[in-house]
Design a protein around this ligand. Sequence first.
Ligand code: ATR
Length: 277
Amino acid sequence: MTDRYAVFGNPVGHSKSPRIHALFAAQTGQDLSYQAVLAVKDGFPAALQAFIAAAGGPAGGANVTLPFKEEAFRLATRRTPRAEAAGAVNTLSFEAGAISGDNTDGAGLVQDLKNNLGCDPAGRRILLLGAGGAARGVILPLLLENPAELVITNRSEEAAARLALEFSRLPGCAVAVKPDASSFPGLAGRAFDLVINATSAGLSGAVLPLPDSIFAPGCVAYEMVYGRQTPFMDQAHAAGARVGDGLGMLVEQAAEAFFVWRGVRPQTAPVLAALKE
Ligand code: ATR
């Protein structure tokens, strides 16, 4: 029997996940299907239950995208530490009545940095822009890579300060670095080796008030948004940084989910190349 998987979202028609997982399955010889499921605003739990109960093979798991990641967190009957830290779940596994919740987004970013951009976060000075769900999801995985520092900057300064405080008190976690918060004006004169834009500013073409000095020589600038050239990418490129976008993170978080479900790690480079074509 073919194991069934799906991605739930709204909207979800644009999702690249069915294609990515079909390529992973073909590459690794895994017998599975993967579909996109559009859930209505209050209909995510019902859509999930309907998927689990449907005929055609056992339901193995699901990915969850906007706007249901927090709801998936609440629905999960158990959660991994990285899902707890993210406060959101993007990967569900269905096991004998239990629903296990994981979050592979942060691992996806770290893998993309290391595998595809030649940028190991270890020892780097990292600036993280944003304090919403996208930023929160990557903080623990970045801290676990032992950067030299991690500074969080957000338009609403209080939200950045709250996040920094929360992640500087991680009980039972072997994290050596405590994150700091800075305002945008407070970045003047500071320099970083890795600048990650986890704000949604690029989606509206908004310009972030960033001094060029933040991009140290050899800096990598990472835009989590993909599929468009954002003002952040333009500025980073003009300031001499190497620029990456979120397409690699999308493929790597999918590979991590595939590994969680199937115990097999697919190769991501050919899939990333296929998506770029
Ligand atoms: P996501 O889940 O994608 O992180 P979110 O939780 O709505 O979405 O968070 C959006 C982030 O982008 C926030 O950090 C937001 O800053 P505020 O907390 O000050 O709202 C940031 N953001 C969005 N538009 C922005 C803009 N034009 N300039 C600066 N920051 C912006």
